[in-house]
Design a protein around this ligand. Sequence first.
Ligand SMILES: [Zn+2]
Length: 159
Amino acid sequence: MSLTIMRRVKFCAGHRLYGHGGKCEHFHGHNYVADFFVQGNEQDSVGRVFDFSVLKKRVKGWLDENWDHSFLISHEDSNARQALEMVKPSRFFVLPYNPTAENMAKYLLEEACPIVLKDTGATAVRVRIWETDESYAEASLDSPASLASDALVADFAGS
Ligand SMILES: [Zn+2]
C-alpha cells in the first residue's frame, strides 16, 4: 500500500520545439498546469503523508523562480538563445533537451523535485504537465525508493 498526495501548480511559459518542423517551432506560450504526486516515508501524527502547504511552497517556489513567465529553450537552440539575449529584460531557462511537455515533466521529476524536496522525507513519484485542457504528459518513477532510477517513463495522453 502506498499513500500519495498531489498538488497542482499553474504557471505561464513560452517555448518552441527546436527542429520540430511544424507550428510548434515558432515562439509561442502556454498556460501550463503541473501536477506533483508525492509520497512520504510514513504518515505523521496528524495522519498526513506530507504537508500540502509545504509541498505547495516548495514546488511553486521553484516554478516561480525558474519557469513562470520565462522562456524554455533547448540547449541546442542557439538561435532562440541569441534572440532572447537581445531582449532586455529577458528571462529564459535552458533545458538539456527540447521543452516538450514530456521533457518538462521529466525535468521537474528528475532535477527539480529532488532539490526542492531534499531533507523532507518526501519523494515526487510522478509529475504531470498539462499543456492544454485536453492533453498532458507524465513522467513517473517506477520505484519510488530510487530517485536515481533510470526507470523513467514518459506517457503522452491526448492529441
Ligand atoms: Zn507549445
